[in-house]
Design a protein around this ligand. Sequence first.
Ligand SMILES: NC(=O)C1=CN([C@@H]2O[C@H](COP(=O)(O)OP(=O)(O)OC[C@H]3O[C@@H](n4cnc5c(N)ncnc54)[C@H](O)[C@@H]3O)[C@@H](O)[C@H]2O)[C@@H](O)CC1
Ligand SMILES: Nc1ncnc2c1ncn2[C@@H]1O[C@H](COP(=O)(O)OP(=O)(O)O)[C@@H](O)[C@H]1O
Ligand SMILES: [K+]
Length: 463
Amino acid sequence: MSVDAILTAAQMRAAEQAAFDAGVEPYALMERAGRTAADIIWRAGHRRDLLILCGPGNNGGDGFVIARVMRERGVPVRVAALGESRTDSAQRAKAAWDGPVEDMMTAAPATQIVDALFGTGLSRGLDDAVADRLCALVNSAAASYAVDLPSGVESDGGAVLSTVPSFGVTIALGAWKPAHLLQPASELCGRLILAPLDIPLTSDVQRLSAPHLTMPAVDAHKYSRGLVAVVGGGMAGASLLASEAAARSGAGVVRRLAADIPGGGTHAIIHRKVMHADALAGELDDQRIVALLVGPGLGLDADARARLGVALDSGHPLVLDADALTLLGKDDTLSIPSGAILTPHEGEFERLFGKLPDSKIDRARAAAKASGAVIVYKGADSVVAAPDGRVAVEGRASSWLSTAGTGDVLAGLAAGRLAVTCDPFRAACEAVWLHADAAWRCRPAFVADDLLGALPAAIAARL
Ligand SMILES: NC(=O)C1=CN([C@@H]2O[C@H](COP(=O)(O)OP(=O)(O)OC[C@H]3O[C@@H](n4cnc5c(N)ncnc54)[C@H](O)[C@@H]3O)[C@@H](O)[C@H]2O)[C@@H](O)CC1
Ligand SMILES: Nc1ncnc2c1ncn2[C@@H]1O[C@H](COP(=O)(O)OP(=O)(O)O)[C@@H](O)[C@H]1O
Ligand SMILES: [K+]
C-alpha cells in the first residue's frame, strides 16, 4: 500500500467499496477515519475548545466521530450541522454523539474549528451564505482543520468552486486526492497530513517522493557517469545555467556546444565553439553522449530551427525545453521523438498540445501518451507524466522559483539525471524533486544561479 498514492473521488469510492466487499463494515471505516483524524487534531490542539461543522454526507459523519472522540478526551466540543445526515454511516455517527447539534449558520466561533462539511462528494460550490459563514468561522479561529478536503474545492482537479478559507491543516483520509497537490486548492490546504485507513489502494498517480540516489560506482569514470551535451544559441545565459546544473547533477562530463565561449563560469564544463548546424551535427556524432539538452537560450530563428533539427535527428536521448518546445509547437515538420523529456510551462504546453480538458494531471498524462515523451508540466504545481500512464505530482515547491532562469536549471538537472539513470521518467522525477529541494535550501529571494550552489546539498541529502 503506497503512502504516496493520489486517488480521484471515484477511485477512492472504489477502494472503499472493495474494502466493504472484503468484509470491512462501512461504519467501522468511518470510525477508523474519524478516530485517526481526531488523533491528529488532539496532537495539534490538545484541550482547546473545538467547533466541528458537519455536512450531510460521510464527511459530516467523520465529523461526528471526531466530536465524540475528542469529548471523551476532555476537550470542550460543540457540533454544528449543515442539514440532516443522509447516509447510513453518517446517521449512525450522529446517533452516537449525544450532545447538542447547533445550526452552522448561527453557531458561535471557537478557538479551533473543524470543517467536516464536504469531502470527495462535493458536486458544486457551497451556497454563498454557507461559504461566507465557513470563512468567518475559520478566519476567527486560532487553529483550523479540514477533514479530507477544504469544503468547496473540487477533489479531482483542484478547482475552487466557492470561496474557501485558508486552513491550517488538511487531514487527507486514506489517500491523497489531486486537490491536495494541484493549485489553486493546494494553497488553501495548509499543512497536509495523511490519515491512513489501511485499505488497499491502487493508482498510477503518486505524490512525488524523495528519490534514493546512489554514489558513483567505485570504478566509475567520467564517461561511465554520463556525458551531457547542451546545445546553446542566441541567449548564452540560459544554456550556461543549464550546463552548470547538469555539471552538479551527478553526471560525469558536460559539454556545451554554442557559438560563444564564456570567459568565466565553471571551468569543468567543456565549451566547444559551434558556429552552425552542420558543425553541430559533427559534434553530436559522439556515441559517448547519453543525454542531449536543447532549448534554453536556443532562439527561434532559422539557425535555431536548424540546430534543433540536427539535435532531433541525432538519436541521442533528449531533454527539450524552452525555445525547442516553442519551435516544435509551431513547425509541423518537426516531431517529438518518443522517449524524450519535455519540460513545458503552461504557455509552452498549450502551444504544443492545445487546450486539453480536465485536470492538470489528466492533461499531462494525455500529452505524454500522445507524444510518447515524458512530460514535466511545470508551474506552481508540477506534474511529471510518462507515456505508460505513471504520474508524479510535486505540489509544494517554493513560489520563489517563479524567477527567470530556474527552468533552465531544471532542464540541465533533468539532462544530468538522464545521463546518470538512462531512465527518462525517473530522471524527470529526480530532477523536479532536487530542484524543489534546492529552492527550499535557498530560502527567499534567490536567483536561478543560487540554485546551482544548493544542488550538491540537495543530492547529498538523498544518498
Ligand atoms: N464511505 C465511508 O464510510 C468513508 C467515507 N469517508 C468520508 O466520506 C467523504 C465522502 O463522503 P460522501 O460521498 O458522502 O460525500 P460528502 O460528505 O463530501 O458530501 C456528499 C453530500 O453532500 C451533498 N452535496 C454535495 N455538494 C453540495 C453542496 N455544494 N451543497 C450542498 N450539498 C452538497 C451531496 O448531495 C451528498 O449528499 C470523504 O471525503 C471522507 O471524508 C471517510 O470517512 C472514509 C470512510
Ligand atoms: N509559483 C511557483 N511556485 C513554485 N514553482 C514555480 C512557480 N512558478 C514557477 N515555478 C517553477 O520554476 C521553474 C520556472 O521555469 P520556466 O517557467 O521555464 O522559467 P525560465 O524559462 O525563466 O527558466 C519551473 O521549474 C516551475 O515549475
Ligand atoms: K471537509
